[in-house]
Design a protein around this ligand. Structure first.
Ligand code: PEP
Ligand code: MN
Length: 337
């Protein structure tokens, strides 16, 4: 069960509620987030929520049978919309587009991409400074110096930054230079990292694990939420299957399923999802029709010269066309809804 406390609930009232929940044979976890205080009760006993809900200090009480609770739509019916400031939002009601290179490479590269984004009215830029690479000999990113420059240039242009954090020790040093922390597919079940991100007041975009189920993705989000951070975005980025014709199998089934199971925004990354430049655009459009709140894709002035993932990266002409088409398809979806 989930109990949301009133803003005014006193320590005595809270202790009394916890005692009642424990009496009903539920294990209680206290969760304090940027938005509210909750008690999450885990147990199977049959308890009369109407009686329990009468206790002073309770704003709302719900039974949630799923293993994940706070991210469940059974409890919070209204979709979560994240406010990144300066008029940038992520969540139902708008299409969020985040584009940029796989890796941040240089000031000149960032300038070109930012000009492209500004020209096309895109307010979010993706780009890694800490890169998880399958081979230790591949380019592994510019690190903190790259991030500081990325941040400075983005601020000057009203662009918000989405970038990957790979380990707990980076959370604090990156904090002031990031608008959205990205948890990569290889780290979706790095529970120490998820715990650490529970302690920050910045949105966290969690990619689906390479072999992760939808349920596991939701449980990863539950880690961050129960750690105190409600600002979450889920990202379908393709899973590993028996198929070898594409880099991954973009599981667009996950989009409507996630939208039904959680109140959190759901975005799609078609670049890593299919891994082949020519097919990124149709999969992005399909992701929007499947119900995604946003699309995250890789773009670069010269994809053939990109330090990483050039084979799945759009050039600016392809990217500009995709942006226009995504807006059209999103408008069509709204018309059909
Ligand atoms: C990326 O977004 O560049 C990235 C490495 O993604 P993923 O974790 O999905 O592989
Ligand atoms: Mn990449």
């Amino acid at each position: 069960m989930i109990i949301q406390l009133e803003k005014t609930t006193s320590a005595e009232q809270k202790a009394d509620i916890i005692a009642h929940v424990k009496d009903a044979k539920f294990k209680v976890t206290e969760v304090d987030t940027q938005r509210a205080s909750y008690l999450v009760g885990i147990g199977k006993a049959d308890v009369d929520l109407r009686t329990l809900g009468q206790l002073p200090g309770i704003l709302d009480i719900h039974r949630v049978s799923d293993d994940y609770k706070l991210v469940s739509r059974k409890w919070r019916v209204r979709p979560t919309v994240l406010d990144l400031g300066d008029g940038v939002y992520i969540g139902e009601g708008q299409l969020s587009i985040a584009a940029g290179p796989c890796s941040i490479e240089s000031e000149a590269q960032m300038e070109k991409i930012m000009d492209h984004l500004v020209e096309n009215g895109v307010r979010l830029m993706r780009g890694g400074v800490f890169k998880p690479r399958s081979s230790p000999y591949s380019f592994r990113g510019l690190g903190m110096d790259g991030l500081k420059l990325f941040h400075q240039m983005a601020r000057a242009r009203g662009i918000k930054i989405v970038t990957e954090v790979m380990q707990v020790s980076q959370v604090e040093e990156m904090h002031d230079y990031v608008d959205v922390f990205q948890v990569g597919a290889r780290n979706t079940q790095n529970f120490n990292l998820l715990d650490a991100l529970g302690g920050v007041d910045k949105p966290v975009l969690i990619k689906r694990g390479i072999s992760g189920t939808i349920e596991e993705l939701l449980s990863s989000a539950e880690y961050v939420f129960s750690g105190g951070n409600e600002k979450l975005i889920l990202c379908e980025r393709g899973i590993r299957t028996f198929e070898t014709a594409s880099r991954n199998t973009l599981d667009l089934n996950a989009v409507p399923i996630l939208k039904e199971k959680t109140h959190l925004p759901v975005v799609v990354d078609p670049s890593h999802g299919i891994g082949i430049r020519e097919y990124v655009a149709p999969m992005a459009l399909a992701g929007i029709m499947a119900g995604a709140d946003g699309i995250l894709y890789e773009a670069h002035e010269k994809p053939e010269e990109a330090a990483s993932d050039g084979q799945q990266t759009l050039n600016f002409a392809e990217s500009a066309r995709l942006i226009q088409n995504m807006r059209k398809v999103y408008a069509l979806r709204q018309e059909l809804e």
